[in-house]
Design a protein around this ligand. Sequence first.
Ligand SMILES: NC(=O)c1ccc[n+]([C@@H]2O[C@H](COP(=O)([O-])OP(=O)(O)OC[C@H]3O[C@@H](n4cnc5c(N)ncnc54)[C@H](OP(=O)(O)O)[C@@H]3O)[C@@H](O)[C@H]2O)c1
Length: 334
Amino acid sequence: MIENKSTHFKCIEFNPQTESLSLATRVIPVLKPNEVLVKVWGSPINPSDRLFCQGLYGTKATQPIVPGFEGSGTVVKTGIGFMARRLMGKRVSGAVQGADGFWAEYVVVQANQCLPVSKGISDEVASCSFVNPLSAWALFEPLRKGRETSFVQTAAASQLGRMVIRLSQKYQVPGIHIVHRPELVEELKKEGAEYVLDSSRPQFESDLKAACERLQVRYAIDAVAGEMTGVLVRSLVSGGTVSVYGVLSGKSCEVPPGDLIFRDIQVKGFWLSYYLKEKNPFEMIRLFLDLKRLLKSEGATHISRHLSLLEVIEDFKRTPPSSSHGKTLVMPFK
Ligand SMILES: NC(=O)c1ccc[n+]([C@@H]2O[C@H](COP(=O)([O-])OP(=O)(O)OC[C@H]3O[C@@H](n4cnc5c(N)ncnc54)[C@H](OP(=O)(O)O)[C@@H]3O)[C@@H](O)[C@H]2O)c1
């Protein structure tokens, strides 16, 4: 199944010593039991990939490694084992952690980290199957399960933020959606978000406090961190929780201790890796079924740019473009 019986493939390598990306050629490895070789169709550039390539992510590289935590493609070879063999020839989406990733023509993936892609799901959506849809689903869990009845989220125009907006519509849970540029307010309102606030406006914090009071918001999900976490802590009603899951501001959380002590506000972190580690095999099967359904609706990702491996390396030398209107996809065979 591998064209011309290729023994080598092209990829992007991240060198942690120089913190730089370069084009490299690797040997196709011998597969271990329950591993599959995926011919990559596409892989997104997520904020977590950018953090990884700056040496700032939860898992750190010690030697040159291929980035790209998730992607899609076709299984062209398998190791021994039923789990791997059943995927032969199938279109799959997959995820890796602590191993070479998807910014390559070929990637080795554990069979249990692959999801066969259902008919009707585009290659673009399949390429972004794991990181954001599963995180949106997990962060929305207290609202789905009725433990919280309203919420506020930051970076609402992100792909994950838009998934949360769609989930809040589906489950009819009111939410306050914070964006950091005025033009995004109308855009999200057109998508059905009722309360959208622009954090660049001078009266932002007082508007947020009033909205949280009106909706009795006790739950915040924050991808921005820095000063924003403190604003959320001050705005939630007493007893509330801020779940910090991103660091788009690039800054440490600034939190007023008085609200933690005297208003019983909690600030905690969320990382998808830990969320998944806590699941038993039955819960994982259930989660994958939820995910398959999610990808057809609330969990779909919009793609705005397609780049070849070489174009990605050039792109990383420049300031990243606005990501509010869709993701950039790495296309190794472009
Ligand atoms: N903890 C976890 O397990 C986990 C899992 C998945 C995702 N995440 C996090 O979820 C967040 C969203 O991911 P995504 O892939 O959906 O992002 P995305 O689609 O790439 O969008 C990023 C959004 O953040 C906005 N933004 C950038 N810098 C900002 C700042 N300083 N303040 C406010 N907004 C800012 C961007 O606006 P413009 O570019 O238009 O300015 C854009 O709307 C990221 O922080 C990511 O790391 C965490």
